[in-house]
Ligand binder design. Structure first.
Ligand SMILES: Cc1cc2nc3c(=O)[nH]c(=O)nc-3n(C[C@H](O)[C@H](O)[C@H](O)COP(=O)(O)OP(=O)(O)OC[C@H]3O[C@@H](n4cnc5c(N)ncnc54)[C@H](O)[C@@H]3O)c2cc1C
Length: 419
């Protein structure tokens, strides 16, 4: 009998890591194929650091991953995924190096969906003309151009649109979030305030953070927010909650769904994280198109299908660190399927996040309080910044195969310099 074929869809954070962990755990017992429309990783969390240092983020944050897959004897196909057929265990994709290729079909024994999400900026009225963001290198560079060439020192608004979290009776119970991921707006607030100071253009007082929820970054848990929000307040940030979402962006500001508006020269927004169009309505997804899984990241109706990262319904908030934990679980689940005996613990979701605060300082957060746990660690100072940069280097060097000892090590070495 031939080797079981594992097909991994998507090769950014979650996809590359899971493909590499599957090879490590399942050894030679599987054939692995990975498909993505591009052949490089976009190292998204470090985009703000590059922008505030005046660099085009594309120069330093895109790295080619094919050599790592080759080293693992895994195959890579560059193509646009068009359709998943869970009943016939096949995926349709179009090779996309040149225009004009017909679609191809590929079958699988195990499918791992790591396709991330669609960031729905196109559904925010006025974004194209008046909005800015930091969630990819194109938009990061656009903000950089604006900051260094056009910015007039006016008010800055930073926040999220409403996230519509998927529902399904087949999902394990998890809390409901009204914003997809609010680490980035909080981090940007701090690093932007520092950039303004360094450029003698002001400080936190000209920045307003806004959230569609009752509290920004609710998933950080009450204990951390009780430390963080007074710092935000003392630094002089404006803060608006309960916006319900963004109605439109216009030249002079943002209008919210609760009827209020905020004046701003620079409108930095994060949108609704939506599922890809071709995922919606499949028999493996929730009512929004995210993949339904149990806590072992396995679909209950199609047990040969797994999901990791932002594409999974259980990934809330949409954090790379949660995708990493899921990648460890899925690699062991598949290893067990092909005869390698592994102990697997179910997903114990938590926020693990390194944020930049500018001037070589950062924060480190590790908490599962939002999910009912008792971990709650917040550290601020120089070491979290070094660890954030160190994580990028480790990720590049190891080709996404970052060991999980990264978490306790960070807590051990993080300093306590409060900013
Ligand atoms: C500014 C910012 C800062 C952040 N900071 C942090 C942080 O400090 N820590 C943290 O843990 N998380 C952070 N995040 C979140 C993190 O970036 C995401 O959770 C992570 O990128 C999700 O990884 P993923 O692989 O699941 O999805 P993605 O990174 O979205 O990757 C999906 C992959 O699928 C491919 N793909 C999609 N559709 C198709 C298709 N039809 N055909 C072929 N290929 C396709 C894409 O090309 C891509 O390579 C941050 C996010 C932002 C925006």
């Amino acid at each position: 009998m031939g080797k079981k074929h594992v097909l991994v869809l998507g090769c950014n954070f979650a996809g590359l890591t899971v493909a590499r962990f599957i090879r490590e755990q399942a050894k030679d017992n599987v054939k692995i194929t990975v498909i993505d429309r591009k052949n490089y990783i976009n190292f998204i969390p470090n985009i703000p650091i590059e922008v505030f240092n005046g660099h085009n983020p594309a120069d330093n944050l895109e790295f080619m991953f094919e050599k790592f897959l080759k080293h693992d004897k895994s195959e890579f196909i560059q193509g646009e995924i068009e359709e998943i057929d869970p009943v016939n265990r096949s995926v349709t994709y179009k090779p996309n190096e040149r225009d004009g290729s017909p679609s191809e079909k590929i079958s699988y024994d195990y499918l791992v969906i790591a396709l991330g999400a669609r960031l729905a900026y196109d559904k925010i009225e006025g974004f194209e003309e008046y909005g800015h963001t930091f969630s990819d290198t194109f938009y990061g560079n656009k903000v950089r151009e604006y900051l260094y060439n056009e910015y007039k020192g006016g008010p800055i608004a930073i926040g999220s649109d409403r996230f519509i979290q998927g529902k399904s009776p087949k999902l394990p119970k998890i809390p409901v979030a009204l914003a997809a991921c609010e680490g980035p707006p909080v981090e940007l607030g701090f690093s932007f305030a520092d950039w303004l100071k360094r450029h003698k253009l002001g400080d936190a007082k000209i920045i307003t953070l806004f959230t569609p929820a009752k509290t920004i970054a609710e998933d950080a848990g009450k204990k951390i927010l009780n430390q963080l929000l007074p710092i935000v307040n003392n630094m002089g940030f404006g803060y608006i909650n309960d916006t319900v979402g963004i109605k439109r962006i216009y030249k002079e500001g943002i209008e919210f769904r609760n009827g209020n508006s905020l004046e701003a020269e620079l409108k930095i927004v994060f949108p609704n994280w939506e599922a890809h169009e071709f995922m919606k309505g499949l028999p493996i997804v929730d009512d929004q198109g995210f993949v339904v899984t149990d806590l072992y990241m396995r679909n209950p109706d199609y047990p040969e299908i797994f999901a990791v990262g932002d594409a999974a319904s259980l990934t809330v908030p949409k954090l790379g660190a949660i995708g990493h934990m899921q990648a460890e679980i899925v690699s062991k689940m598949i290893a067990n399927e092909v005869g390698e005996k592994k102990d697997v613990d179910p997903l114990n979701p938590m926020v693990v996040c390194f944020g930049d605060m500018g001037s070589h300082k950062g924060f480190y957060m590790h908490t599962n309080e939002w999910w009912g746990g008792d971990i709650s660690v917040l550290k601020m100072g120089y070491t979290p910044y070094l660890l954030k940069m160190g994580f990028k280097n480790m990720y590049y060097t190891l080709g996404g195969k970052v060991p999980s000892w990264g978490i306790p090590l960070s807590e051990f070495v993080a300093d306590h310099t409060l900013v």
